[in-house]
Design a protein around this ligand. Structure first.
Ligand SMILES: Cc1ncc(COP(=O)(O)O)c(C=O)c1O
Length: 462
């Protein structure tokens, strides 16, 4: 074992032993493993003492900001009192209180909260519930899932099967069968993905929603159980819904008795200025999957929230939903979540997002004067900046340019200049921004200034 006290020792240990997630380890043959040691508010520090603005809230997680001692204290207090107990036929006060609180925030009659350890497990839970529900209610053939192209729903085999990103799936095939993709709401490239040319946003929304009906018809309505949709699709670089999209999806789901699952692993808990994304876009799903921001990341937790109707068959004598996770609804995590939601109320975190989102957008839109910035899109504190080779024609990067410019330069240089965010090519090349919800104008400016310097230089490399 190398000396864990020294930074070099730890670097070597990282390279020798730590298998990082979604990581090209060969990068670290010639580079240091960036090691983050501390956070405070909107900023983080690495082991070399460099400061960065956290433009991604960790990974769409740290809503209340870093370094909140009250959340750490809530965790410590709970661990000292009752560190662990499962929710398998037993309960603990934190899970009960949090379930009640979350149900109170959730839209419509989404009153039943099933805790998990994270987002992928919430997605798994939702699919299993959809299948089980229809088996218990006389439609046993209904089991298939429809989701959208390029959408990410997690890495467990069921959630990965629902994910619409072939490069993340092929090496793990065969996955769970019976999932099908429809177009997403990428209005910037609508025509390239099959929409008729020249549609208004409303007409495009109608067209995109109607593709779900087409897919249900193609598969056979008696076999389709659910459709999984994010309020704003993350992968591909923030696709908000066009006007009327979710209302039309709701109509289609009602017509075919298909469950509408709002995958809000990113969009819930203030990311869009509301507790749930469904509230922002005024629709009522049958289930919500959530995780990440529920604890602001101070402990892991996820949840599947279902309507009363979906739980009803499981309340019959002798029935149960034969599904669970040891750490789902962990006492430390629920205590942290309760404190986190208290902070949301006390500090009016949602109002901060709603009050500042126009300024965030306007600040990022200043970047549109750079030839390499094709589109700036998103809502709330959740934005994607699409990079293009030619703004007039919207020509995208080649694979070689993605490697050389997006990953070889932009991604590294943003970090070197002090902005932690994400460069992504799942779809077209984008930079994703999703900062802590306590950000204000000075932080927007800090992000914009770094982006401007780096993107300006990137443009000259094309
Ligand atoms: C929309 C969506 N669903 C599911 C997941 C999976 O969540 P987890 O990584 O907690 O399993 C993610 C993760 O980013 C996500 O963005």
């Amino acid at each position: 074992m190398t000396n864990p006290q020294s930074e070099e020792g730890r670097q070597q240990a990282a390279k020798d032993h730590l298998w990082m997630h979604f990581t090209r380890h060969s990068t670290y043959d010639t580079h240091q493993v960036p090691t983050i040691v501390r956070g405070d508010g909107v900023h983080i520090w690495d082991a070399n003492g460099n400061r960065y603005i956290d433009g991604l809230a960790g990974l769409f997680v740290v809503q209340a900001g870093h370094g909140r001692t009250e959340l750490a204290e809530a965790a410590a207090k709970q661990a000292a009192e009752l560190a662990f107990f499962p929710l398998w036929s037993y309960a603990h006060p934190g899970a009960i209180d949090l379930a009640e609180r979350v149900a109170g925030y959730a839209p419509g009659d989404l009153n039943r909260v099933f805790f998990t350890s994270g987002g992928g497990e919430a997605v798994e839970t939702a699919w299993k519930l959809a299948k089980n529900y229809f088996k218990l209610t006389g439609k046993p053939m209904k089991h298939k899932v429809i989701s959208r192209a390029i959408a990410y729903h997690g890495t467990t085999q069921g959630a990965l099967s629902i994910t619409g990103l072939p490069p993340l799936k092929q090496q793990f095939e065969p996955l769970v069968p019976s999932t099908f993709r429809v177009p997403n709401t990428n209005i910037y490239r609508a025509h390239e993905h099959g929409a008729p040319e020249g549609l208004s946003p409303e007409a495009f929304g109608r067209w995109a929603a109607d593709q779900i009906a087409v897919a249900i018809e193609n598969e056979g309505p008696d076999t389709v159980a659910a459709v999984f949709l994010e309020p704003v699709q993350n992968a591909g670089g923030c696709f908000p819904p066009p006007p009327g999209y979710f209302q039309r999806v709701r109509e289609i789901c009602d017509e075919y008795d298909v469950l509408m699952v709002s995958d809000e692993v990113i969009c819930a808990f203030g990311r869009l200025g509301h507790m749930f994304g469904a509230q922002r876009y005024e629709y009522e799903p049958d289930m919500i999957t959530c995780a990440k921001g529920i604890t602001s990341g101070y402990a892991p937790l996820g949840a599947m929230i279902a309507s009363d109707r979906l739980m009803e068959p499981f309340l019959a004598d002798g029935e149960m939903f034969a599904h669970g996770y040891t750490f789902g609804g962990h006492p430390v995590s629920t205590a942290v979540a309760l404190k986190n939601l208290e902070i949301f109320e006390e500090e009016k975190v949602l109002d901060n997002v709603l009050g500042n989102e126009a300024a965030f957008r306007a600040t990022l839109e200043r970047l549109l004067d750079l030839p390499i910035v094709g589109d700036v899109r998103g809502d709330g504190y959740f934005y994607g900046i699409e990079l293009v080779k030619d703004k007039a024609t919207r020509e995208s990067f080649s694979d070689e340019e993605c490697e050389r410019i997006l990953f070889g330069f932009v991604s590294k240089q943003l970090f070197a200049e002090g902005l932690y965010c994400r460069a992504d090519d799942r779809g077209d090349p984008v930079i994703q921004l999703s900062p802590p919800l306590i950000c204000d104008q000075q932080h927007f400016d800090e992000m914009e200034q770094i982006l401007r310097v780096v993107l300006d230089k990137a443009g000259s490399l094309l």
